[in-house]
Design a protein around this ligand. Structure first.
Ligand SMILES: [Zn+2]
Length: 124
């Protein structure tokens, strides 16, 4: 699903909302307000599901700041959508979409514990 538009069309935005459910910044989990281009549109990032992520307003604005970098990871069939991003301090994180909904099995989904993964910490 890809669009030539800079804005995410309604159907694609809904797909991202359903897939991501909460802001994709690992420590946030606020409601989604923006569908963000992981690689900015002006830098050649396509308007498609792999390059889109649901973010809250605060995280989307923070990501526009100097020193933030992000790159979607290639998703193979059956894998959850994920992307890596680097903060201005050099810390690198992976944001993985929550698991697909399943019939209730008695376990309640807790987003932050399952989605936060520190990949690389550069303390220099
Ligand atoms: Zn957020």
């Amino acid at each position: 699903m890809e669009s030539t538009s800079r804005c995410f069309p309604t159907g694609l935005a809904r797909l991202i909302d359903i897939r991501d459910r909460f802001c994709r910044t690992p420590w946030c989990d606020a409601p989604i307000r923006h569908r963000d281009h992981i690689v900015e549109h002006q830098a050649g990032g396509p308007t498609d599901a792999n390059n889109g992520a649901g973010l809250c307003e605060a995280c989307n604005h923070a990501k526009q700041g100097e020193g933030w970098r992000a790159q979607p990871e290639s998703a193979e069939n059956g894998q959850l959508h994920s992307y890596r991003f680097t903060t201005p301090t050099g810390h690198e994180y992976r944001s993985t979409a929550p698991p697909l909904p399943t019939p209730f099995d008695g376990e309640i989904y807790i987003p932050i514990g399952r989605r936060m993964e520190v990949i690389f910490v550069d303390a220099a």
